[in-house]
Design a protein around this ligand. Sequence first.
Ligand code: B12
Length: 168
Amino acid sequence: MDRWSKRTIDALAADLGAIAFYPFGGPPYRPFLAWARRAEGLRSPSPLGMLIHPQHGLWHAYRGAMALPYVPDGWEAPTAAPIPCNGCARPCLQTCPVRAFGADGYNAAACRRHLASPAGQACMEGGCLARRACPVAPHLSYAAAQTQFHMQAFRDAGAAATAGSAGT
Ligand code: B12
């Protein structure tokens, strides 16, 4: 996926006279979450840490970014998006079988251990249960093959090597 992203977005950037940046290849990492918030007018992350979008919910990720030396025709600054988590019962926080999302943030090691155990098969096959518990845009959740690709990449990558396709 990272090779595809680079090939596709490098070509697009060359056409547009832009500079391409990628979420992988670190550390250090480019601040994609901060950029995404500014680009899309998103005001706060979801309780899981990932950014939540009013229409796409948790089902969006970033393959690359482009810096343009000009303002494109028709571009308008984003308006502040509504925060979908306000008033939500937040089932995302109650659903993780190993309580990987706590007051101290996201416990990636506990998550990976669970995924590598027989009990983690539901997350491996159908995708992260906490992410799937989100009531926003469930119809946009990823297809099984796509989910399994990313879950396997996330589970199998070492802590330092997860910057790429795992981030979906
Ligand atoms: C390292 C990394 C991880 C690490 C650590 C993440 C963590 N939560 O600590 C590991 C491997 C554990 C991980 C896991 C996952 N990740 Co990850 N990860 C990254 C990566 C490569 C770098 C993050 C970083 O350090 N950036 C550098 C800092 C400086 O930039 P920044 O994040 O914009 O900085 C701002 C924010 O941190 C913000 N901020 C301040 N306080 C807080 C508090 C919270 C809770 C948040 C979210 C932000 C925030 O302020 C900073 C300054 O403006 C990014 C891609 C990227 N380049 O950003 C993906 C990325 C954040 N991951 C992503 C995803 C999807 C995942 C997983 C779901 C993957 C999976 N299992 O399938 C999991 C779960 C993440 C979770 N619940 O937090 C997506 C998020 C998409 C989205 N909708 O928001 C990204 C953007 C990758 C992508 N290609 O889209 N990830």
